[in-house]
Write a protein that binds this ligand. Structure first.
Ligand SMILES: C[S@@+](CC[C@H](N)C(=O)[O-])C[C@H]1O[C@@H](n2cnc3c(N)ncnc32)[C@H](O)[C@@H]1O
Length: 239
């Protein structure tokens, strides 16, 4: 089974969870994603692992010139605007997708999706070749400490042992406990080395935090973040 395969069963559960008022996507990730993407006016955006495409539609409605979303599940929002294309496909080799090959983009996004690439360096290199001058690749990933904490709790081991473990990590999805996800976890050094090997420079790295208002409103989410740290975003440009 490919690493993206379980998503065919998970797509609707993820989308339902994402839309809850207290979802981390809504209160932590989306605000930071919007900040790093900047004003979408006139931008050509490629969203790899775009989920339902709801974010693509948002950018198009806020002035983006063109948005292309790719997702393995092909379970997309109905009737997107004319300047949004939602494509069922594998993000591993973006340059091999007919609708994308030969075009360039101002923002290329991997929002919680790069870990599903068959070979991350190859995928990042392929994306780099699709960047417009001054374009940026934005990668958001689960903080690697999150998986180390979870594995240490389950296995009764230590944070260090699990942070540096190279064994694949299998865990029940937070969105549907009947679906098992498997991933090779990475350290921060692994992530930075993949960017360097793909010819990308880290312009900015961000570990977003809840606003004080959201900390008060959603203390259970702050409690989760206090243990698991959340996500890390990288803004990358071609060297
Ligand atoms: C955690 S969700 C993130 C969705 C979206 N980027 C967001 O921020 O809401 C991960 C997405 O990656 C997609 N995915 C997993 N493997 C993939 C692959 N090989 N190619 C394209 N998409 C994939 C899943 O179907 C899912 O929609």
């Amino acid at each position: 089974m490919s690493v993206g395969e379980p998503w065919r069963d998970l797509a609707s559960d993820y989308e339902n969870a994402r839309q809850r008022p207290d979802s981390l996507d809504r209160i932590l990730e989306w605000p930071m994603q919007q900040e790093v993407i900047g004003d979408p006016q006139g931008l050509r955006i490629l969203d790899l692992g775009c989920g339902s495409g709801a974010k693509a539609v948002h950018w198009a409605r806020h002035g983006a010139a063109e948005v292309v979303g790719v997702d393995i599940t092909g379970q997309f929002v109905p009737d997107p605007p004319d300047n949004v294309r939602l494509i069922s496909g594998d993000l591993s080799d973006p340059d091999a997708i007919d609708e994308i090959r030969g075009r360039v983009y101002d923002r290329i996004l991997f929002l919680q999706s790069l870990s599903y690439a068959k070979d991350q360096v190859h995928t990042l290199r392929s994306a780099r070749g699709l960047l417009a001058p001054q374009g940026r690749i934005i990668v958001q990933r689960s903080h690697p400490v999150r998986f180390a904490v979870e594995r240490a709790e389950v296995n009764g081991t230590s944070l260090g042992e699990e942070y540096y473990s190279t064994d694949p990590y299998q865990y029940a999805s937070r969105w549907n406990a009947n679906v098992t996800l498997t991933r090779k976890t990475q350290t921060i050094a692994d992530m930075l080395n993949a960017f360097a090997a793909a010819g990308l420079h880290v312009e900015r790295a961000i570990e977003p935090q809840l606003t004080p208002e959201n900390q008060n409103r959603y203390p259970h989410k702050q409690e989760w973040l206090n243990r698991h740290l959340g996500v890390v975003l990288f803004v990358l440009r071609a060297i």
